[in-house]
Design a protein around this ligand. Structure first.
Ligand SMILES: *[C@@H]1O[C@H](CO)[C@@H](O)[C@H](O)[C@H]1NC(C)=O
Ligand SMILES: *[C@@H]1O[C@H](CO)[C@@H](O)[C@H](O)[C@H]1NC(C)=O
Ligand SMILES: *[C@@H]1O[C@H](CO)[C@@H](O)[C@H](O)[C@H]1NC(C)=O
Ligand SMILES: *[C@@H]1O[C@H](CO)[C@@H](O)[C@H](O)[C@H]1NC(C)=O
Length: 196
């Protein structure tokens, strides 16, 4: 997280190992969420520099996947600027499951068919909503059912699916997803303290 500007443009992973009483951040990564990073083979451009850069980003994502494989985190915390956004508040997704496809502007399914299904740690998300609260511009969002109990998955798209796609063994890992409010389009610099 060298640049706070970057953190408003990219999804951020924090990776935790948990014990019964404490949690420790073991790594953090800044991930892209565009289709060209996901699958540069389908990046339809005649610009060879752009194509080469897409492969560099993709290969860096693959390296993150390899590091995650070694870290075996108990929990992945994903902060995304392109999720389901409130005007004011940061939102934790409160469904027990999230699910969706990664169709993007540069590559639709088919041929780019990528989907993820992820178990969300609703208990910890709800605890964070409670402890941070509206005074810190933090709330929660449940889709199609009560918080922490909906039988429907929370709908995900490329803003979550592409970074999550690079997590190995996703179905054995729990995730927390936080969306950044849409005021970040206009107030990104003023929001630096909050984003940090
Ligand atoms: C790639 O882009 C060119 C020029 O814009 C277009 O004609 C072509 O149909 C595109 N190919 C694919 C597979 O989208
Ligand atoms: C090709 O891509 C590079 C890197 O994204 C960019 O800097 C350059 O302006 C592009 N060239 C053209 C002709 O669009
Ligand atoms: C909450 O958001 C408002 C803008 O809507 C901002 O002025 C305020 O500083 C934020 N609160 C915190 C604790 O960052
Ligand atoms: C977990 O995901 C992998 C692919 O990522 C799949 O092969 C495996 O069947 C899944 N396991 C369960 C228990 O769903």
């Amino acid at each position: 997280m060298a640049s706070s500007k970057v953190s408003t443009l990219c999804a951020v992973f924090l990776v935790f190992n948990l014990t019964r009483v404490s949690a420790k951040i073991v790594a953090s990564f800044i991930m892209p969420h565009g289709g060209i990073a996901l699958d540069p083979r389908h990046f339809n451009t005649t610009n060879s520099t752009a194509k080469k850069e897409a492969w560099e980003i993709h290969n860096a994502c693959v390296k993150v996947r390899q590091q995650m494989q070694q870290l075996k985190p108990d929990l992945v915390f994903l902060s995304t600027p392109h999720g389901v956004a409130d005007l004011k508040n940061f939102l934790f997704y409160l469904n027990p499951q999230g699910q969706g496809h990664a169709d993007t502007d540069n590559c639709q399914c088919p041929p780019c068919c990528y989907s993820v299904s992820v178990n969300l740690d609703t208990k910890m998300s709800a605890d964070l909503v409670k402890s941070l609260g509206l005074a810190k511009n933090v709330s929660g969002l449940s889709a199609y059912g009560p918080p922490e109990q909906s039988s429907e998955p929370f709908p995900l798209k490329w803003g979550e699916v592409i970074p999550l796609h690079f997590i190995p063994g996703l179905n054995n890992t729990k995730a927390i997803i936080l969306s950044q409010p849409s005021r970040r389009y206009t107030d990104d610099v003023a929001m630096i303290p909050e984003l940090l």
